[in-house]
Design a protein around this ligand. Structure first.
Ligand code: HEC
Length: 107
């Protein structure tokens, strides 16, 4: 009986870990903060401060969270009225922006 209790305990811990990992898409807070900083300097004039009030530009709060590659492509190469950022931002910067856009303003 003791073994069973232990097994249940371990299963509960494993489940708890899996749930925690699924909720947090595991962007470190520093990466989100870096993205927020880059966003405030480069993106907020068009996409709105803290992604609020984007006027005519894309509302980034609605960007699909499963389209990481599209995000990187659009930011690197630009899209229509949006300038390309590939020369200005490093790959790390764009990943930080991605972390911010997907997680940064979630409550
Ligand atoms: C000069 C204004 C301007 C700035 C600055 C700007 N954007 Fe945009 N952005 C736009 C406009 C306009 C669109 C809509 C493009 C379209 O779909 O026609 C857009 C669209 C986007 C999209 C959606 C692209 C898609 O695949 O549909 C993303 C993602 C994006 N911007 C990210 C950023 C990021 C990150 C920054 C800062 C590095 C930034 N933008 C800076 C104007 C801007």
């Amino acid at each position: 009986m003791k073994g069973l209790t232990r097994a249940i305990g371990l299963a509960a811990v494993a489940l708890w870990c899996a749930t925690a990992a699924a909720q947090d898409k595991s962007f470190p807070p520093e990466q989100i903060a870096k993205g927020a900083d880059i966003f405030a300097r480069n993106c907020s004039p068009c996409h709105g401060p803290r992604m609020q009030d984007p006027e005519s530009a894309f509302d980034l709060r609605k960007f699909p969270p499963d389209e990481h590659d599209r995000f990187v492509r659009s930011v690197t190469n630009g899209k229509n009225q949006m300038p390309p950022w590939g020369d200005l931002l490093k790959r790390d910067d764009i990943e930080a922006l991605w972390a911010y856009v997907t997680m940064g303003e979630k409550k």
